[in-house]
Design a protein around this ligand. Structure first.
Ligand SMILES: *Cc1c(COP(=O)(O)O)cnc(C)c1O
Length: 493
């Protein structure tokens, strides 16, 4: 079976994996999904002996069949190398009764590195494969982590440019500094007066702007996306679920074939969707637990079947999850409606025009793969404090949200918590949680405090950041985003 891709909003036309990656999203406004899911006959006695790169190859080789084995191996080798602090790339550790899948040992200290280290290689190869000589312009909205990881990955990659939009007051100081110190002639970062949802909505609009696309073509350029709307982000994320499960078997923590629960701190629904895809291809996952922060639109949705984005937006201590329009939910809805593109389009339309949509009860009853819960700001800090007190393990605020929510769903299955960022990326919040005192210094003072309190080694990416010179922060309104893009690309010259 060869995996091809189709849109969630129009299923007639099939494209290859490389075309789906290049386009970022479908021209009809939908998102690309596998036209048919492959199934793996996992023999974990064998898989447990594979290293991360080998697992990556075996999964991606099936999902991206128009890439040659050599192209994939080359990409994997370049993506998962010494820029990760641990040789096993995605270690699984046991702390207390829970298992943590640590996805933050890459260059930007958040899980986005796992997919984004690879994406430029996939994109460049896809360009060659489709005989495209145009420059690829990556438009990216970020809630804090994607932007840096994407710029880091695309910096100085020939024939590419990347423009990142982040919410002006919606990211941590360390996140912002990471972005403003980015090197690379082809990277551009812009703050916008709005939140992530505003940025993402506009980016999607620009990606779909046919007039703009024509102008771009005339100048030998084309857009793509590094957000998880790009299937090239999701496929590499399936890998670590398979790897983590295999490691649990290897360590003797579970029997091969035994079902586990996975709890994922969720924003744009990309990470947890990759977990759902892992389940679909045969990984023994029972429940996927969707953990949200104070912006718990998804918890409400899973509990009531009603998605309503018209609600207050909170800036929280887990900023990468401050999202009210979770793009990848569209892919889940498509599955849930038995791949009904008309139905999916209608829900998305309602969300746009009426701010909400509801699932019929019958469909809600099919909803057995997911659980959902949320953590308040207090509960998030409480989880950081408790985890450290009980086990000496330090977690970041996003992971803490998942830890809190996972407690609501304890049963006799093993629980795997997806740990999405290093605590050093959010040092003030973590210090405040551990000391119950307001942290008054800047983020780098908090880094040292955190090190003193916990003894946890400071990652190199943080220590080098301290002395780095920042670019000037420039900010624009959302309505100016198109003009910014035109300027960066010199379309008016
Ligand atoms: C992006 C991000 C999330 C949310 O992941 P989604 O795929 O958007 O659901 C959670 N935690 C951290 C640290 C992140 O950077």
């Amino acid at each position: 079976m060869t995996v091809l891709y189709k849109s969630t909003q129009e299923t007639e036309q099939l494209v290859t994996a490389s075309q789906a990656i290049l386009q970022g999203m479908a021209a009809d406004g939908g998102l690309f999904v596998p036209a048919e899911f492959p199934t793996f006959d996992f023999d974990f006695e064998e898989w447990k002996e594979l290293d991360y790169q080998e697992v990556a190859f075996r999964i991606m080789h099936v999902f991206l069949p128009d890439f040659t084995d050599q192209e994939l191996q080359e990409a994997i080798k370049n993506a998962y190398d010494e820029k990760f602090e641990t040789a096993d790339i995605a270690p699984v550790v046991k702390k207390g009764e829970q298992y943590f899948l640590e996805l933050f040992h890459g260059p930007t200290l958040a899980f986005k590195d796992l997919a984004l280290s690879l994406l430029p290689y996939l994109m460049v190869t896809a360009m060659k494969k489709n005989n495209i000589k145009r420059e690829i312009v990556i438009l990216t909205a970020t809630s804090g982590d994607t932007g840096k990881a994407a710029m880091e990955a695309f910096a100085d990659v020939p024939n590419t440019k990347i423009i990142v939009f982040y919410p002006k007051d919606g990211v941590s100081k360390i996140q912002e500094k990471q972005m403003l110190t980015q090197k690379g002639e082809n990277t551009f970062v812009v703050a916008i007066e709005g939140n992530f949802d505003d940025a993402q909505t506009k980016v999607k609009e620009l990606l779909n702007d046919q007039e703009l696309a024509k102008e771009m073509y005339a100048r030998n350029k084309q857009f793509s996306s590094a957000n998880s709307i790009n299937i090239g982000r999701l496929v590499p994320q399936i890998v670590y679920y398979v790897y983590a499960y295999s490691q649990l078997v290897k360590k003797g923590e579970i029997q091969s074939g035994e079902k586990i629960d996975v709890c994922v701190p969720t924003g744009n629904f990309g990470n947890i969707l990759a977990g759902f895809y892992a389940k679909k291809i045969g990984l023994p996952i029972d429940h996927l637990i969707c953990a949200s922060n104070q912006n718990h639109v998804l918890t409400d949705f899973f509990q009531t079947g009603n998605y309503n984005k018209k609600r207050p937006f909170y800036v929280t201590t887990s900023p990468s999850m401050d999202i009210l329009v979770s793009s990848n939910l569209e892919r889940l809805l498509f599955q849930l409606s038995d791949e009904n593109a008309d139905q999916t389009r209608e829900w998305m339309q309602q969300l746009k025009t009426k701010n909400s949509f509801s699932l019929p009860t019958k469909m809600q009853e099919k909803w057995t793969d997911f659980e959902a819960g949320f953590a308040t700001e207090e509960e998030t800090k409480g989880a950081i404090f408790q985890r450290f007190k009980e086990t000496g393990y330090v977690i970041d605020p996003h992971t803490a949200v998942a830890v809190h929510v996972a407690h609501q769903f304890v049963n006799d299955r093993a629980q795997l918590i997806v740990s999405t960022a290093s605590p050093y990326k959010f040092p003030k919040t973590v210090v405040e949680a551990l000391t119950a005192k307001k942290s008054t210094g800047n983020d780098f003072v908090a880094v040292d405090e955190l090190n003193k309190i916990t003894g946890l080694a400071i990652p190199q990416a943080v220590s080098t950041l301290k002395g780095a010179t920042e670019k000037e922060k420039i900010s624009f309104s959302v309505s100016q985003m198109k003009q910014v893009v035109r300027q960066v690309l010199e379309l008016d010259k």
